[in-house]
Design a protein around this ligand. Structure first.
Ligand code: PA5
Length: 445
Protein backbone atom coordinates (compact mmCIF):
# COMPACT_ATOMS: atom_id res chain seq x y z
CA UNK A 1 0.00 0.00 0.00
CA UNK A 2 1.15 3.54 -0.78
CA UNK A 3 0.54 6.34 1.69
CA UNK A 4 1.33 10.03 1.43
CA UNK A 5 1.95 12.45 4.28
CA UNK A 6 2.49 16.20 4.10
CA UNK A 7 1.59 17.49 7.55
CA UNK A 8 3.95 15.59 9.86
CA UNK A 9 6.00 18.71 10.57
CA UNK A 10 3.05 21.08 10.32
CA UNK A 11 4.61 23.27 7.64
CA UNK A 12 1.71 22.59 5.27
CA UNK A 13 -1.79 22.82 6.75
CA UNK A 14 -5.05 21.26 5.66
CA UNK A 15 -6.26 24.78 4.83
CA UNK A 16 -3.28 25.22 2.47
CA UNK A 17 -4.31 22.03 0.71
CA UNK A 18 -8.03 22.95 0.62
CA UNK A 19 -7.17 26.25 -1.05
CA UNK A 20 -6.55 24.13 -4.18
CA UNK A 21 -10.05 22.59 -4.13
CA UNK A 22 -11.31 24.27 -7.27
CA UNK A 23 -8.13 23.79 -9.23
CA UNK A 24 -7.81 20.10 -8.32
CA UNK A 25 -11.46 19.57 -9.23
CA UNK A 26 -10.74 21.02 -12.68
CA UNK A 27 -7.64 18.82 -13.07
CA UNK A 28 -9.66 15.77 -12.04
CA UNK A 29 -12.34 16.60 -14.62
CA UNK A 30 -9.71 16.89 -17.36
CA UNK A 31 -8.33 13.47 -16.42
CA UNK A 32 -11.70 11.71 -16.10
CA UNK A 33 -13.47 13.37 -19.02
CA UNK A 34 -10.39 13.51 -21.21
CA UNK A 35 -11.08 17.12 -22.09
CA UNK A 36 -7.86 18.89 -21.04
CA UNK A 37 -4.62 19.69 -22.83
CA UNK A 38 -3.04 16.64 -24.46
CA UNK A 39 -6.23 14.65 -23.93
CA UNK A 40 -5.38 12.11 -26.62
CA UNK A 41 -2.52 10.84 -24.42
CA UNK A 42 -4.56 9.65 -21.45
CA UNK A 43 -4.46 5.95 -22.37
CA UNK A 44 -2.36 5.20 -19.24
CA UNK A 45 -5.34 6.07 -16.98
CA UNK A 46 -7.25 2.85 -17.75
CA UNK A 47 -4.32 0.77 -18.92
CA UNK A 48 -4.04 -1.33 -15.71
CA UNK A 49 -7.55 -2.69 -16.35
CA UNK A 50 -7.99 -2.59 -20.10
CA UNK A 51 -4.58 -3.66 -21.38
CA UNK A 52 -4.44 -6.06 -24.34
CA UNK A 53 -4.64 -9.52 -22.70
CA UNK A 54 -3.67 -11.40 -25.86
CA UNK A 55 -0.53 -9.32 -26.22
CA UNK A 56 0.18 -9.71 -22.50
CA UNK A 57 0.18 -13.49 -23.07
CA UNK A 58 2.60 -13.06 -25.99
CA UNK A 59 4.89 -10.97 -23.81
CA UNK A 60 5.06 -13.82 -21.30
CA UNK A 61 5.73 -16.37 -24.03
CA UNK A 62 8.46 -14.20 -25.54
CA UNK A 63 10.01 -13.70 -22.09
CA UNK A 64 9.94 -17.49 -21.50
CA UNK A 65 11.64 -18.08 -24.83
CA UNK A 66 14.29 -15.43 -24.14
CA UNK A 67 14.94 -16.95 -20.71
CA UNK A 68 15.32 -20.38 -22.33
CA UNK A 69 17.53 -19.46 -25.25
CA UNK A 70 19.57 -16.44 -24.06
CA UNK A 71 21.96 -15.57 -21.29
CA UNK A 72 21.90 -11.90 -22.31
CA UNK A 73 19.07 -9.57 -23.29
CA UNK A 74 20.04 -6.27 -24.87
CA UNK A 75 17.34 -3.64 -24.46
CA UNK A 76 17.73 -0.83 -26.99
CA UNK A 77 15.86 2.38 -26.16
CA UNK A 78 16.10 5.82 -24.61
CA UNK A 79 13.95 8.04 -22.37
CA UNK A 80 10.54 6.53 -21.79
CA UNK A 81 11.62 3.58 -23.91
CA UNK A 82 14.04 2.35 -21.25
CA UNK A 83 13.87 4.19 -17.91
CA UNK A 84 10.75 2.44 -16.58
CA UNK A 85 12.00 -1.08 -17.30
CA UNK A 86 15.39 -0.35 -15.78
CA UNK A 87 13.81 1.29 -12.72
CA UNK A 88 11.52 -1.69 -12.05
CA UNK A 89 14.23 -4.31 -12.60
CA UNK A 90 16.77 -2.54 -10.39
CA UNK A 91 14.24 -1.77 -7.67
CA UNK A 92 12.95 -5.35 -7.42
CA UNK A 93 16.09 -7.30 -8.33
CA UNK A 94 18.75 -4.93 -7.01
CA UNK A 95 21.54 -2.96 -8.67
CA UNK A 96 23.68 -6.13 -8.88
CA UNK A 97 21.05 -8.08 -10.82
CA UNK A 98 23.47 -8.88 -13.66
CA UNK A 99 26.15 -10.16 -11.30
CA UNK A 100 23.77 -12.45 -9.40
CA UNK A 101 23.58 -16.22 -9.96
CA UNK A 102 20.14 -16.68 -11.55
CA UNK A 103 18.12 -18.49 -14.20
CA UNK A 104 17.20 -15.31 -16.06
CA UNK A 105 19.37 -13.43 -18.58
CA UNK A 106 21.69 -10.56 -17.81
CA UNK A 107 20.02 -7.40 -19.06
CA UNK A 108 21.98 -4.49 -20.55
CA UNK A 109 20.34 -1.23 -21.56
CA UNK A 110 21.95 0.23 -24.66
CA UNK A 111 21.13 2.87 -27.26
CA UNK A 112 20.60 5.50 -24.57
CA UNK A 113 23.75 7.51 -25.36
CA UNK A 114 26.20 8.16 -28.19
CA UNK A 115 29.01 6.37 -26.34
CA UNK A 116 30.73 3.91 -28.64
CA UNK A 117 32.97 2.63 -25.87
CA UNK A 118 29.94 1.64 -23.80
CA UNK A 119 28.31 -0.31 -26.63
CA UNK A 120 31.62 -1.99 -27.46
CA UNK A 121 31.99 -3.02 -23.82
CA UNK A 122 28.49 -4.49 -23.73
CA UNK A 123 29.21 -6.48 -26.91
CA UNK A 124 32.39 -7.81 -25.28
CA UNK A 125 30.29 -8.89 -22.29
CA UNK A 126 28.13 -10.91 -24.72
CA UNK A 127 31.04 -13.05 -25.86
CA UNK A 128 30.33 -16.75 -25.43
CA UNK A 129 26.72 -16.07 -24.42
CA UNK A 130 23.52 -16.36 -26.42
CA UNK A 131 21.84 -13.03 -26.99
CA UNK A 132 18.37 -11.67 -27.67
CA UNK A 133 17.53 -8.05 -28.49
CA UNK A 134 14.46 -6.01 -27.58
CA UNK A 135 14.49 -2.78 -29.58
CA UNK A 136 12.02 -0.22 -28.28
CA UNK A 137 11.01 3.07 -29.89
CA UNK A 138 7.59 4.60 -30.24
CA UNK A 139 8.60 6.91 -33.08
CA UNK A 140 10.90 4.28 -34.53
CA UNK A 141 13.33 6.99 -35.57
CA UNK A 142 15.15 8.13 -32.40
CA UNK A 143 18.79 8.60 -33.35
CA UNK A 144 20.49 7.13 -30.26
CA UNK A 145 18.54 3.88 -30.36
CA UNK A 146 18.47 3.67 -34.19
CA UNK A 147 22.27 3.83 -34.44
CA UNK A 148 22.71 1.21 -31.72
CA UNK A 149 20.15 -1.04 -33.40
CA UNK A 150 21.88 -0.72 -36.79
CA UNK A 151 25.05 -2.05 -35.10
CA UNK A 152 23.19 -4.77 -33.22
CA UNK A 153 21.33 -5.97 -36.31
CA UNK A 154 24.65 -6.51 -38.02
CA UNK A 155 26.08 -8.12 -34.88
CA UNK A 156 23.16 -10.54 -34.56
CA UNK A 157 23.17 -11.45 -38.25
CA UNK A 158 26.94 -12.08 -38.11
CA UNK A 159 26.63 -14.26 -35.02
CA UNK A 160 23.53 -16.15 -36.08
CA UNK A 161 21.95 -16.74 -39.48
CA UNK A 162 19.65 -13.95 -40.73
CA UNK A 163 16.63 -16.14 -39.82
CA UNK A 164 17.94 -17.04 -36.36
CA UNK A 165 18.81 -13.37 -35.71
CA UNK A 166 15.27 -12.39 -36.68
CA UNK A 167 13.88 -14.96 -34.23
CA UNK A 168 15.97 -13.39 -31.46
CA UNK A 169 14.98 -9.77 -32.14
CA UNK A 170 11.78 -8.33 -30.65
CA UNK A 171 10.55 -4.90 -31.70
CA UNK A 172 8.32 -2.76 -29.48
CA UNK A 173 7.00 0.18 -31.47
CA UNK A 174 4.04 1.94 -33.01
CA UNK A 175 1.21 -0.15 -34.46
CA UNK A 176 1.78 1.11 -38.01
CA UNK A 177 4.24 3.98 -38.34
CA UNK A 178 7.99 4.52 -38.22
CA UNK A 179 11.20 3.07 -39.58
CA UNK A 180 11.37 0.42 -36.85
CA UNK A 181 7.94 -0.93 -37.75
CA UNK A 182 9.09 -1.13 -41.39
CA UNK A 183 12.26 -3.00 -40.40
CA UNK A 184 10.30 -5.38 -38.17
CA UNK A 185 7.84 -6.22 -40.95
CA UNK A 186 10.56 -6.60 -43.52
CA UNK A 187 12.64 -8.96 -41.35
CA UNK A 188 9.84 -10.79 -39.57
CA UNK A 189 10.66 -9.72 -35.99
CA UNK A 190 8.00 -10.40 -33.39
CA UNK A 191 6.44 -7.02 -32.60
CA UNK A 192 4.68 -5.52 -29.60
CA UNK A 193 2.59 -2.39 -29.81
CA UNK A 194 2.95 0.88 -27.91
CA UNK A 195 -0.63 2.21 -27.73
CA UNK A 196 -1.22 5.47 -29.63
CA UNK A 197 -2.64 7.16 -26.55
CA UNK A 198 0.25 6.38 -24.18
CA UNK A 199 3.31 8.65 -24.31
CA UNK A 200 6.85 7.35 -23.73
CA UNK A 201 7.21 8.43 -20.10
CA UNK A 202 3.83 6.88 -19.20
CA UNK A 203 4.59 3.59 -20.99
CA UNK A 204 6.25 1.40 -18.37
CA UNK A 205 3.10 -0.73 -17.99
CA UNK A 206 2.86 -1.34 -21.76
CA UNK A 207 5.09 -3.83 -23.65
CA UNK A 208 7.80 -1.13 -23.48
CA UNK A 209 8.44 -2.01 -19.86
CA UNK A 210 6.72 -5.35 -19.52
CA UNK A 211 8.85 -7.48 -21.87
CA UNK A 212 12.25 -6.65 -20.32
CA UNK A 213 10.69 -6.75 -16.85
CA UNK A 214 9.21 -10.23 -17.47
CA UNK A 215 12.59 -11.42 -18.81
CA UNK A 216 14.09 -10.54 -15.42
CA UNK A 217 11.67 -13.01 -13.79
CA UNK A 218 9.41 -10.33 -12.33
CA UNK A 219 5.69 -11.12 -11.99
CA UNK A 220 4.16 -8.66 -14.46
CA UNK A 221 0.63 -9.72 -13.57
CA UNK A 222 1.23 -8.65 -9.96
CA UNK A 223 2.72 -5.37 -11.20
CA UNK A 224 -0.44 -4.68 -13.22
CA UNK A 225 -2.63 -5.76 -10.33
CA UNK A 226 -0.87 -3.26 -8.06
CA UNK A 227 -1.47 -0.47 -10.60
CA UNK A 228 -5.13 -1.50 -10.98
CA UNK A 229 -5.63 -1.52 -7.19
CA UNK A 230 -4.08 1.92 -6.87
CA UNK A 231 -6.23 3.24 -9.72
CA UNK A 232 -9.36 1.98 -8.01
CA UNK A 233 -8.31 3.34 -4.62
CA UNK A 234 -7.29 6.78 -5.90
CA UNK A 235 -10.35 7.37 -8.06
CA UNK A 236 -12.53 5.89 -5.30
CA UNK A 237 -11.14 8.45 -2.83
CA UNK A 238 -12.22 11.31 -5.09
CA UNK A 239 -10.57 14.71 -4.88
CA UNK A 240 -8.87 14.02 -1.56
CA UNK A 241 -6.90 11.05 -2.86
CA UNK A 242 -3.21 10.83 -1.98
CA UNK A 243 -1.94 11.38 -5.54
CA UNK A 244 -3.87 14.65 -5.87
CA UNK A 245 -2.80 15.70 -2.37
CA UNK A 246 0.82 15.08 -3.31
CA UNK A 247 0.31 17.10 -6.52
CA UNK A 248 -1.12 19.93 -4.43
CA UNK A 249 1.59 19.75 -1.75
CA UNK A 250 4.37 20.07 -4.35
CA UNK A 251 2.55 23.03 -5.93
CA UNK A 252 2.27 24.68 -2.51
CA UNK A 253 6.06 24.42 -2.37
CA UNK A 254 6.30 25.91 -5.87
CA UNK A 255 4.06 28.82 -4.87
CA UNK A 256 6.20 29.37 -1.77
CA UNK A 257 9.15 29.98 -4.06
CA UNK A 258 10.80 26.56 -4.19
CA UNK A 259 12.02 25.55 -7.63
CA UNK A 260 13.50 22.07 -7.10
CA UNK A 261 11.89 18.87 -5.86
CA UNK A 262 14.50 16.42 -4.64
CA UNK A 263 13.12 12.87 -4.63
CA UNK A 264 15.05 11.07 -1.91
CA UNK A 265 15.26 7.42 -1.10
CA UNK A 266 17.27 5.56 1.51
CA UNK A 267 17.48 2.49 -0.72
CA UNK A 268 20.28 2.25 -3.36
CA UNK A 269 18.08 0.10 -5.60
CA UNK A 270 15.67 3.05 -5.90
CA UNK A 271 18.24 5.05 -7.93
CA UNK A 272 16.61 4.38 -11.31
CA UNK A 273 13.14 5.03 -9.92
CA UNK A 274 14.59 8.50 -9.35
CA UNK A 275 15.68 8.65 -13.01
CA UNK A 276 12.21 7.54 -14.14
CA UNK A 277 10.59 10.13 -11.86
CA UNK A 278 12.81 12.89 -13.28
CA UNK A 279 11.74 12.12 -16.84
CA UNK A 280 8.09 11.75 -15.87
CA UNK A 281 7.84 15.11 -14.11
CA UNK A 282 10.54 16.99 -16.03
CA UNK A 283 9.09 16.33 -19.49
CA UNK A 284 5.51 16.68 -18.30
CA UNK A 285 5.80 19.97 -16.42
CA UNK A 286 8.90 21.74 -17.68
CA UNK A 287 7.39 23.96 -20.36
CA UNK A 288 6.04 27.48 -20.88
CA UNK A 289 8.76 28.60 -18.39
CA UNK A 290 6.95 26.73 -15.59
CA UNK A 291 7.37 23.71 -13.37
CA UNK A 292 9.51 22.39 -10.55
CA UNK A 293 12.91 21.02 -11.54
CA UNK A 294 12.86 17.32 -10.57
CA UNK A 295 16.06 15.96 -9.05
CA UNK A 296 16.84 12.80 -7.14
CA UNK A 297 19.21 11.55 -4.47
CA UNK A 298 19.96 8.31 -2.71
CA UNK A 299 20.61 8.76 0.99
CA UNK A 300 22.51 8.20 3.15
CA UNK A 301 25.16 8.10 0.41
CA UNK A 302 24.21 11.50 -1.02
CA UNK A 303 24.03 13.05 2.45
CA UNK A 304 27.81 12.92 2.16
CA UNK A 305 27.71 14.95 -1.05
CA UNK A 306 24.46 16.91 -1.48
CA UNK A 307 23.54 16.94 2.21
CA UNK A 308 25.52 20.09 2.94
CA UNK A 309 23.65 21.99 0.21
CA UNK A 310 20.24 20.71 1.28
CA UNK A 311 20.92 21.69 4.89
CA UNK A 312 22.60 25.02 4.36
CA UNK A 313 22.66 26.07 0.73
CA UNK A 314 20.42 28.31 -1.35
CA UNK A 315 16.83 27.62 -0.18
CA UNK A 316 15.55 26.51 -3.59
CA UNK A 317 14.36 23.01 -2.82
CA UNK A 318 12.10 20.72 -0.87
CA UNK A 319 12.40 16.96 -0.47
CA UNK A 320 10.00 14.14 -1.24
CA UNK A 321 11.14 11.06 0.62
CA UNK A 322 10.13 7.61 -0.66
CA UNK A 323 10.55 5.06 2.09
CA UNK A 324 9.81 1.47 2.93
CA UNK A 325 7.27 1.50 5.78
CA UNK A 326 8.17 -1.92 7.20
CA UNK A 327 11.40 -3.79 7.90
CA UNK A 328 13.01 -5.23 4.78
CA UNK A 329 12.76 -8.98 4.19
CA UNK A 330 16.50 -9.33 3.59
CA UNK A 331 18.54 -7.46 6.15
CA UNK A 332 21.59 -7.66 8.40
CA UNK A 333 22.23 -6.76 12.02
CA UNK A 334 25.16 -4.81 13.44
CA UNK A 335 27.29 -7.40 15.25
CA UNK A 336 28.40 -7.12 18.90
CA UNK A 337 32.15 -6.89 19.48
CA UNK A 338 33.68 -7.47 22.89
CA UNK A 339 36.46 -4.84 22.59
CA UNK A 340 34.09 -2.25 21.09
CA UNK A 341 37.17 -0.72 19.46
CA UNK A 342 35.04 1.24 16.96
CA UNK A 343 32.55 2.37 19.63
CA UNK A 344 29.59 0.84 17.79
CA UNK A 345 28.22 -1.41 20.55
CA UNK A 346 25.46 1.11 21.27
CA UNK A 347 23.77 -0.19 18.10
CA UNK A 348 24.89 -3.83 18.34
CA UNK A 349 21.99 -6.12 17.49
CA UNK A 350 20.11 -3.44 15.57
CA UNK A 351 19.06 -4.07 11.98
CA UNK A 352 20.27 -1.92 9.08
CA UNK A 353 16.58 -1.10 8.51
CA UNK A 354 16.38 0.45 11.96
CA UNK A 355 19.63 2.37 11.61
CA UNK A 356 18.53 3.60 8.17
CA UNK A 357 15.18 4.71 9.58
CA UNK A 358 16.86 6.71 12.35
CA UNK A 359 19.12 8.28 9.72
CA UNK A 360 16.01 9.22 7.74
CA UNK A 361 14.22 10.74 10.75
CA UNK A 362 17.35 12.56 11.88
CA UNK A 363 17.81 13.98 8.38
CA UNK A 364 14.19 15.01 8.11
CA UNK A 365 14.43 16.97 11.38
CA UNK A 366 17.76 18.53 10.48
CA UNK A 367 16.65 19.58 7.00
CA UNK A 368 13.39 20.97 8.33
CA UNK A 369 15.39 23.06 10.78
CA UNK A 370 17.52 24.30 7.89
CA UNK A 371 14.37 25.39 6.02
CA UNK A 372 13.87 22.37 3.73
CA UNK A 373 10.38 20.85 3.92
CA UNK A 374 9.80 17.14 3.45
CA UNK A 375 6.88 15.31 1.86
CA UNK A 376 6.65 11.59 2.64
CA UNK A 377 5.59 8.71 0.39
CA UNK A 378 5.65 5.26 1.98
CA UNK A 379 5.30 1.79 0.44
CA UNK A 380 4.62 -1.35 2.44
CA UNK A 381 6.96 -3.78 0.74
CA UNK A 382 9.49 -4.04 -2.05
CA UNK A 383 7.36 -6.18 -4.29
CA UNK A 384 5.55 -6.08 -7.61
CA UNK A 385 2.18 -4.99 -6.23
CA UNK A 386 3.56 -2.08 -4.23
CA UNK A 387 5.68 -0.98 -7.17
CA UNK A 388 2.68 -1.11 -9.54
CA UNK A 389 0.84 1.07 -7.01
CA UNK A 390 3.73 3.50 -6.75
CA UNK A 391 4.03 3.84 -10.54
CA UNK A 392 0.33 4.61 -10.90
CA UNK A 393 0.45 7.00 -7.94
CA UNK A 394 3.23 9.04 -9.59
CA UNK A 395 1.59 8.98 -13.02
CA UNK A 396 -1.73 10.30 -11.72
CA UNK A 397 -0.01 12.88 -9.50
CA UNK A 398 2.07 14.05 -12.44
CA UNK A 399 -0.93 14.53 -14.74
CA UNK A 400 -2.84 16.40 -12.02
CA UNK A 401 0.18 18.54 -11.17
CA UNK A 402 0.66 19.46 -14.84
CA UNK A 403 -2.95 20.57 -15.06
CA UNK A 404 -2.57 22.56 -11.81
CA UNK A 405 0.13 24.67 -13.46
CA UNK A 406 -1.87 24.78 -16.69
CA UNK A 407 0.54 23.06 -19.06
CA UNK A 408 0.00 20.15 -21.42
CA UNK A 409 1.48 17.32 -19.32
CA UNK A 410 1.70 14.95 -22.28
CA UNK A 411 3.79 16.67 -24.94
CA UNK A 412 7.53 17.41 -25.04
CA UNK A 413 8.09 20.05 -27.74
CA UNK A 414 11.31 21.22 -26.08
CA UNK A 415 13.06 17.91 -26.79
CA UNK A 416 13.10 18.70 -30.52
CA UNK A 417 15.38 21.74 -30.27
CA UNK A 418 18.66 19.87 -29.71
CA UNK A 419 17.71 17.25 -32.29
CA UNK A 420 17.27 19.85 -35.05
CA UNK A 421 20.65 21.39 -34.28
CA UNK A 422 22.33 17.99 -34.08
CA UNK A 423 20.83 16.91 -37.43
CA UNK A 424 21.96 20.17 -39.04
CA UNK A 425 25.48 19.83 -37.63
CA UNK A 426 25.65 16.20 -38.78
CA UNK A 427 24.62 17.24 -42.30
CA UNK A 428 21.24 15.54 -42.48
CA UNK A 429 19.60 16.28 -45.86
CA UNK A 430 17.08 19.12 -45.57
CA UNK A 431 19.04 21.01 -42.87
CA UNK A 432 21.63 22.68 -45.17
CA UNK A 433 20.77 26.33 -44.35
CA UNK A 434 20.66 25.70 -40.62
CA UNK A 435 24.02 23.92 -40.79
CA UNK A 436 25.79 27.00 -42.16
CA UNK A 437 24.09 29.29 -39.62
CA UNK A 438 24.99 27.06 -36.66
CA UNK A 439 28.55 26.45 -37.77
CA UNK A 440 29.10 30.19 -37.87
CA UNK A 441 27.86 30.47 -34.27
CA UNK A 442 30.08 27.72 -32.92
CA UNK A 443 33.22 28.44 -34.88
CA UNK A 444 35.15 29.28 -31.69
CA UNK A 445 34.10 26.21 -29.74
O1 PA5 B 1 8.43 10.55 -23.09
C1 PA5 B 1 8.75 10.59 -24.27
O2 PA5 B 1 7.90 10.57 -25.18
C2 PA5 B 1 10.20 10.61 -24.71
O3 PA5 B 1 11.09 10.78 -23.68
C3 PA5 B 1 10.55 9.32 -25.45
O4 PA5 B 1 10.30 8.24 -24.61
C4 PA5 B 1 12.00 9.27 -25.92
O5 PA5 B 1 12.34 10.44 -26.62
C5 PA5 B 1 12.23 8.06 -26.83
O6 PA5 B 1 11.37 8.13 -27.93
P1 PA5 B 1 11.04 6.89 -28.82
O7 PA5 B 1 10.34 5.88 -28.01
O8 PA5 B 1 10.18 7.43 -29.92
O9 PA5 B 1 12.34 6.36 -29.35
Amino acid sequence: MITFQYSHLKTVSEADVRSFDERIAAADRHIRNKDGKGNDFLGWVDLPVNYDKEEFGRIREAADKIRRDSQVLLVVGIGGSYLGARAVIEFLKGCYYNQKRKNTPDIYFVGNSFDGDELKTVLELCEGKDVSVNVISKSGTTTESSIAFRILREYMEDRYSKEEAAARIYATTDRARGALKGLADQNGYETFVIPDDVGGRFSVLTPVGLLPIACAGIDIEALMRGAANEREKLFGDGLTNDAYTYAIARNIQLERGKSVELLCSYDPSFRFMGEWFKQLFGESEGKDKKGLFPASAVYSSDLHSLGQYVQDGSPILFETVCALARPAVRDMNVPYEEENSDGLNFIAGESFYKVNKKAMLGTLLAHEQGGTDTLMIRYDAKDEENLGELIYFFELACAASGYLIDVNPFDQPGVEAYKKNMFALLGKPGYEDKKAELEEKIKNI
